[in-house]
Design a protein around this ligand. Structure first.
Ligand code: SF4
Length: 383
């Protein structure tokens, strides 16, 4: 699919403060082409080539707000690397479209059940921007994965008919891309199901579009408690005043806020960066919850870190910072999440790491020690 006919990206200096802080304006003016990206950070020649080569496979979309966090002088900018296509995405022979087998774990469309008492409900296929390492890149931005009203109702019907489900995670895509009315309807339907004890929202909008956390949204969330929010900061440069304000609003609305990051080569896989991220989150009263090992997902070999190096990184944090600032390092598998501690490793078999899941199942994760091309700049690596 080629770029759509959206309003052209404005020159940064021509944007009014009122427009900038309006989340719907941000959504309408998202960056969708190399020319629009150049208003914020001129793409390198290889990024130009990647944008063209990946237009059909996983196109790029960035909010002006997130684009403004990029450093135009830094060729390895950790913000740009998360959202601007890279040629490395074309070199991943082992990557899979659905590494967690989510489609096979779906009793109805976009409802993923791995555990007996929980479901992940992928309520939409849209996000404010598209992360290059997105686990659900098979569905993000793809019309076939959009949920029609009758499909949402079908999934709600399945939850209603399944009393074992006590915890529903609304995810996607991003559930906060929904309009207030649609979100209020969905939360109301879930709240009316007696066995659904808690609703969780998985959203990256506090990071990528913090202006979405409006007073009206907070009022809707406060009317449907208990609601827990997990967001997704990966780098300390994302911890802006605007993001802190969005998290503060969610907290004041009564939503505990946690963070789920992804360990990304050359972005946050060194001790100073991870420590600054975790300590910055704590200052914002956001609890670092999980840090995911990057999945064996198509087009992401250049992001993956050997698991042993991830273990060293999180072991190094112990004692250097507050205990509750250290997230649990986890590997997601089709058997559920495996906390990556040395006690859960059952060994290395060449290019594979063997881990034991919560239900005793053994899982072999392809994770070469020399994983991917090493394009991380010096000084951004774990020693
Ligand atoms: S915000 Fe989450 S769901 Fe959306 S593209 Fe990024 S990682 Fe994927």
């Amino acid at each position: 699919m080629g770029p759509l006919a959206w309003p052209p990206a404005p020159r940064p200096e021509a944007i009014s403060a009122a427009d900038w802080c309006d989340w719907t304006w941000q959504m309408r003016h998202r960056v969708r082409s190399a020319a629009e990206l150049a208003a914020w950070r001129a793409p390198r020649a290889d990024e130009h080539a990647a944008i063209d080569a990946l237009a059909e496979r996983f196109r790029f979309v960035i909010t002006p707000y997130y684009a403004s966090l990029m450093d135009p002088e830094d060729p390895a900018c950790p913000i740009a690397r998360q959202v601007v296509p890279q040629l490395g995405e074309l070199e991943d022979p082992d990557g899979l479209p659905d590494p967690l087998d989510e489609v096979a774990h779906s009793p109805v469309k976009n409802l993923v059940r791995v555990y007996p008492d929980r479901v992940a409900f992928c309520v939409n296929n849209e996000c404010a921007l598209y992360c290059r390492y997105c686990l659900r890149k098979r569905m993000v931005g793809e019309p076939d994965w959009a949920m029609k009203k009758r499909e949402l109702e079908q999934a709600l019907g399945w939850i209603r008919a399944t009393p074992a489900i006590r915890d529903v995670l609304l995810t996607g895509g991003d559930p906060l891309v929904f309009s207030d009315d649609k979100l209020a309807w969905l939360l109301g339907e879930l709240r009316a199901i007696p066995h659904v004890e808690i609703v969780r929202l998985g959203t990256r909008l506090p990071v990528t579009l913090p202006f979405r956390v409006t007073d009206d949204l907070c009022r809707i969330l406060a009317e449907h408690h208990p609601i827990w929010v997990n967001t997704h900061f990966n780098h300390p440069r994302e911890l802006t005043a605007e993001a802190a304000d969005a998290c503060d609003r969610l907290l004041r609305a009564g939503c505990p806020v946690g963070n789920q990051s992804v360990l990304l080569r050359g972005i946050n896989d060194d001790l100073p960066t991870m420590q600054a991220l975790c300590e910055g989150l704590i200052r914002m009263r956001v609890r670092p919850y999980y840090c995911y090992q990057a999945q064996l997902l198509e087009g992401t070999a250049h992001f993956r870190v050997p698991i042993e190096r991830g273990l060293e990184l999180f072991e190094s944090l112990r004692g250097r910072t507050s205990g509750f600032a250290i997230p649990v390092y986890v590997l997601d598998t089709p058997h559920g999440k495996v906390p990556l501690a040395r006690s859960r490793l059952r060994g290395r078999d060449g290019d594979f790491v063997v881990v034991e899941a919560w239900n005793g199942a053994l899982w072999r994760e392809r994770n070469p020690l020399d994983a991917a091309s090493d394009d991380a700049p010096a000084g951004r690596r774990t020693p």
